[in-house]
Design a protein around this ligand. Structure first.
Ligand SMILES: [Zn+2]
Length: 323
């Protein structure tokens, strides 16, 4: 059968598996999402992924799509040959497992694995807000912070298939202890987790704030609470976002002296905070960055949104379309 050329992208996260068919223009179709238990074993997760790929292949055939390959991405590190998982964030039972072999063995298409930050970066380079930019850094700000770097259209792989642990660049020596054990990483100040923690402190200091109301009602603050309060001009929420954004800007300043990027894009769930968040990141960068880099590096929000992982996973296994 000769159908519409495309690839299947699979984005494995701590709470769900998302997948879909992506064509050569980056258009996502037949998107599916299935909840996952973060404590599930590797065989169970592999079976779920294989089953979902089979269902997607059936649906794709009905729609005249012709998937040629599967890209599977996750927040973690792989061995040199990308055949074994060394660590997967938020899915502890997959670290050190044979998940990759199992998935490969259950699917009749070539399957490649990669880090989700590489997928987000390549997806933005091919189809999103980073078209033609080189070097391009795409940071994914969620529970933690990961980033991928694209140089002349290729994913930069320096260490364990990523450009480096950019979320763990120290921006505040002696600052708060990070999940990685170091002190003052950009992730410790600017991740979604850090933002929630800072917002919780500010809610306590500003009992009149919307954040304080949300905290009293539910016992903890979520990203959605912060976003809702920000949209209603709550001063405590504005302060939390301004501070965390500023620290991310300091991180961009450090990344920039290493990679001299043409463009830095901010994606992931926290980027949904929008314009005030972007303004805070730019402010931090301008205040601490090298003046020459501040003049030359563009910082913007990523464009592919919640589907960045699936679109990027497919892009990783799909040759670039000829212009
Ligand atoms: Zn760290």
């Amino acid at each position: 059968m000769s159908g519409h050329r495309c690839a299947i992208g699979v984005d494995l996260g701590g709470q769900s598996v998302k997948l879909g068919v992506v064509d050569e223009q980056g258009v996502l179709s037949l998107h599916r999402q299935v909840a996952i238990d973060a404590t599930a074993s590797a065989p169970r997760v592999a079976d779920l992924i294989i089953e979902q790929i089979h269902l997607l292949q059936d649906a794709a055939r009905d729609q005249q799509f012709d998937p040629r390959a599967v890209g599977v991405v996750m927040p973690g590190y792989m061995d040199r040959d990308r055949t074994r998982l060394l660590m997967v964030a938020n899915l502890p039972n997959l670290s050190g497992s044979d998940l990759l072999e199992r998935v490969r063995g259950g699917v009749d298409l070539p399957v490649s694995f990669d880090a989700d930050c590489n997928a987000a970066a390549l997806g933005e380079y091919r189809f999103g807000a980073g078209k033609g930019s080189s070097p391009l850094i795409v940071a994914v700000v969620g529970t933690g912070i990961g980033a991928g770097v694209i140089v002349e259209g290729r994913v930069l792989r320096v260490r364990e298939h990523i450009a480096g642990s950019l979320g763990h660049v120290v921006v505040d020596a002696g600052g708060p202890v990070c999940a990685c054990g170091a002190k003052g990483c950009v992730e410790a100040h600017a991740s979604g987790r850090a933002l929630e923690a800072r917002a919780t402190v500010l809610a306590g200091e500003h009992p009149e704030s919307l954040l304080a109301g949300a905290l009293a009602e539910r016992g903890r603050l979520t990203g959605l609470d912060i976003r809702t309060a920000l949209e209603r001009d709550d001063a405590a929420a504005e302060k939390a976002v301004a501070e965390c954004g500023w620290w991310l800007g300091a991180g961009v300043a450090s990344w920039s002296v290493i990679y001299a990027p043409q463009r830095v894009l901010i994606g992931g769930g926290v980027a949904g905070l929008g314009a005030p968040y972007l303004a805070a990141i730019r402010r931090g960068f301008e205040e601490v960055g090298q003046p020459g880099l501040v003049r030359s590096v563009e910082i913007d929000l990523a464009a592919l949104g919640p589907h960045a992982g699936v679109i990027g996973a497919a892009a990783l296994v799909m040759p670039a379309a000829s212009p």
